[in-house]
Design a protein around this ligand. Structure first.
Ligand code: ADP
Length: 380
């Protein structure tokens, strides 16, 4: 059964707002996307009012979910502080369970003033550490690396989740071969798909790729926030977030809204993408997210026949760049046929060739990432 925008508006008209008028008349709603039983929109308010609106967001979500035919409702509260306005109220206290293994490193970050953009953040209950995998541009192998890194961390005995937040072109369905839709639990939270020992969620499980492509602006944030908070992640040591490529506003907003313990930057050796990687570093530093390190992907060409190595792209650029910028270098991954074919057939190399040389490389990178997170905890 398809759900129309009008049905959504009718349901929202019955929800009262703190402004004394119906939610639909409060001038706070973004455009509403209603397609294929899935409804997405955001409620945009001033940060000073955000607390008063949280219950409205919940009521709106309940009202939308009650519409027959609605299978997914993602409604985000986005709070912007107006220039010159009073600082936003600090976020509500939240529950936070520490899992064994990687401990949170929140004390590593400088304390955030209530007016800081980071004040929008709240931890995800049960998730000890959220890390971002980012790249300055698309096509450098960010998603392939994010998935195999998640598997490498899994091999270290950690409980790992993967969130494909690449809303413009989610590739995790292709890389994992998952094409089923997540089910809802009794709390109406989406249950991540379990595959390869990972808890996996992708916007690509919910919408067709073409639909995802047209999402812009606040909708991107709404969807990503809900994917983090309306998913029953359970207890995880690390949630790996495959970020959208680039270092624009969407990425900056995401980094501000998600409680990231660190970021891993993926780059190819070519100068151009190194320049992009530098932008990525600058972006994370701007929002006080520790950069855990740089990975050089497609670092050198390894002949699938004879194993001979050729540095066709002037390999080593990322290592030097990392040294120059004072961030850890996490490792180099060769350009190899089996990484491409396993990725593109939904059978990532760490899962399909666990004893092979590539799995060992991803595990070594995973070890460095884990150590970075733990080191940060110890330093704190
Ligand atoms: P991004 O997320 O940066 O857009 P993808 O992870 O989707 O990039 O990778 C783009 C393409 O490159 C895919 O076809 C993938 O299989 C391939 N690829 C990624 N890393 C490697 C590698 N190290 N060796 C060979 N092919 C790779």
């Amino acid at each position: 059964m398809s759900v129309t925008q009008q049905q959504v508006l009718d349901a929202l008209a019955k929800v009262a707002s703190p402004r004394g008028v119906a939610l639909t008349n409060a001038n706070v709603l973004s455009a509403i996307t209603a397609a294929d039983g899935k409804v997405f929109f955001s409620i945009n308010v001033d940060a000073a009012e955000a607390r008063a609106w949280e219950s409205v967001r919940a009521q709106a979500e309940a009202a939308v979910r009650a519409i027959p035919g609605v299978s997914v409702a993602m409604i985000a509260l986005t709070a912007e502080r107006k220039v010159g306005a009073a600082p936003a109220a600090p976020p509500a206290p939240h529950q936070h369970r520490h899992a064994h293994g990687v401990q949170p490193v929140s004390a590593h970050k400088p304390p955030q003033s209530p007016a800081s953009p980071m004040s929008k953040q709240a931890e995800i209950p049960g998730v000890a550490a959220v890390i971002a995998v980012a790249s300055g541009k698309g096509g450098v192998g960010k998603s392939t690396t994010a998935l195999n890194l998640a598997l490498g961390l899994r091999d270290l005995g950690l409980r790992v989740g993967l969130l494909d937040a690449d809303i413009y072109g989610p590739s995790v369905p292709r890389l994992t071969g998952i094409h089923e839709k997540p089910k809802l639990n009794d709390d109406r939270k989406m249950i991540p798909i379990e595959r390869f020992g990972l808890s996996i969620m992708s916007i690509g499980f919910l919408v067709e790729e073409e639909t995802a492509m047209i999402w812009r602006g606040p909708m991107v944030m709404s969807a990503i926030t809900q994917m983090l908070r309306d998913v029953a992640w359970g207890t995880l040591d690390i949630l790996v977030v495959d970020m959208p490529p680039g270092t624009g506003d969407a990425q900056l907003t995401l980094a501000q809204n998600v409680p990231l313990k660190g970021a891993v930057i993926i780059s190819t050796p070519q100068d151009l993408s190194l320049i992009d990687a530098r932008r990525g570093l600058a972006m994370f530093r701007k929002v006080n997210v520790p950069v855990l390190g740089i990975v050089e992907n497609m670092s050198y060409f390894q002949c699938p026949e004879c194993g001979t190595r050729s540095d066709i792209f002037g390999h080593g650029g990322a290592r030097h760049e990392a040294e120059r910028l004072g961030v850890p270098f996490l490792g180099e991954i060769p350009l190899h046929m089996s990484i491409r074919t396993t990725s593109d057939s939904g059978n990532p190399v760490v899962a399909s060739e666990p004893d092979g040389p590539h799995a060992a490389i991803y595990r070594a990178i995973g070890t460095k990432v884990r150590d970075q997170l733990q080191g940060a905890t110890a330093a704190a």
